[in-house]
Design a protein around this ligand. Structure first.
Ligand code: G3P
Length: 217
């Protein structure tokens, strides 16, 4: 499973990239608003750090606007992926941009047939939001399983990118379900590496070693 970081914070992106395990980045208007920076400039900065796919969302919701913004965002860097909402206009824009060779990430996907249409429109990525489905009392993982099955049934090459991941259990379930990509906040990447037995074990190794050899100096 590929690992993307879901943030527009440059410092977090740099730190995750330095770990050597980062495959890409996703951003959205809310994440950019949190940083209070110019979207285009920040995307260019992110693309300088990370060579993998960097998702850049459009603000327009109409076909012409999405096409215009999508083409514009695609000129920022060669690794930009244009992020579009999975609406009727968004699907149409996805088809048009994909036909021009621009890779698209279809976002705000909440049911499997949206993912099916995104695949038919040539999307590079589909982004089902599992945490937000859990938030309304349903099981977000059901959607991941359904999309995986539909894509496998027909051999669609669109990558299943699990989004709105809130904790390591979501990530583990996505890996077991065969998601192609998980995009996660930096806090979740850190949580994955935090286990009390790792910390206790490491402390004991160092203590035992120092206890045996420190006095011989
Ligand atoms: O990638 C989409 C993601 O940013 C949404 O996450 O936590 O706002 O539901 P969340």
């Amino acid at each position: 499973m590929e690992l993307y970081i879901d943030t527009a914070n440059l410092e977090e992106i740099r730190q995750a990239h330095e770990m050597g395990v980062l495959d890409g980045v996703t951003t959205n208007p809310s994440l950019i608003a949190k940083e209070g920076v110019d979207y285009g400039r920040r995307l260019a900065e992110i693309c300088e750090v990370v060579p993998g796919p960097v998702s850049a969302e459009v603000i327009a919701t109409d076909f012409d606007g999405m096409l215009r913004e999508g083409r514009d965002r695609a000129t920022i860097a060669q690794n930009i992926v244009v992020k579009l909402p999975t609406t009727a206009e968004g699907i149409r824009a996805c088809k048009a941009l994909s036909d021009e060779g621009v890779r698209c990430n279809m976002t705000l996907c909440f049911q499997a047939l949206q993912a099916w249409l995104a695949a038919k429109a040539g999307a590079f990525l589909i982004s089902p939001f599992i945490g937000r489905i859990d938030d309304v009392g349903q099981d977000g993982m059901d959607l991941i399983h359904q999309i995986r099955q539909i894509y496998d049934n027909y051999g669609y090459p669109t990558k299943l990118l699990a989004a709105s991941i809130r904790h390591p259990k979501h990530m583990l379930d996505c890996a077991l379900a065969g998601a192609d990509v998980a995009t996660v906040p930096f806090s979740v990447i850190r949580q994955i590496l935090k286990h009390p037995l790792t910390d206790i074990g490491l402390e004991r190794f160092i203590r035992d070693y120092q206890g045996a050899f420190a006095s011989r100096k």
